[in-house]
Design a protein around this ligand. Structure first.
Ligand SMILES: [Zn+2]
Length: 65
């Protein structure tokens, strides 16, 4: 496990190392904020707006089919 710091709540939590690849998104285990990997080395995370994600998901599904 790797310790990362959540930008939304400012606390540290552990994640599996295999999810820490560029542009991957995962939820903070403490505040459930959605975080995105914007840099792998050094590891830098960014907070993804939930409202923005919802609209992107719908568009992605339409594009793929
Ligand atoms: Zn958090």
């Amino acid at each position: 496990m790797i310790t990362v710091e959540c930008l939304a709540c400012g606390r540290q939590f552990e994640v599996e190392p295999d999810i820490l690849f560029l542009a991957n998104r995962f939820h903070c285990s403490l505040c459930d904020a959605l975080l995105e990997v914007i840099e792998e080395d050094p590891l830098i995370l960014d907070v993804v707006e939930e409202a923005q994600l919802a609209s992107e998901d719908e568009e992605d599904e339409d594009d793929e089919w």
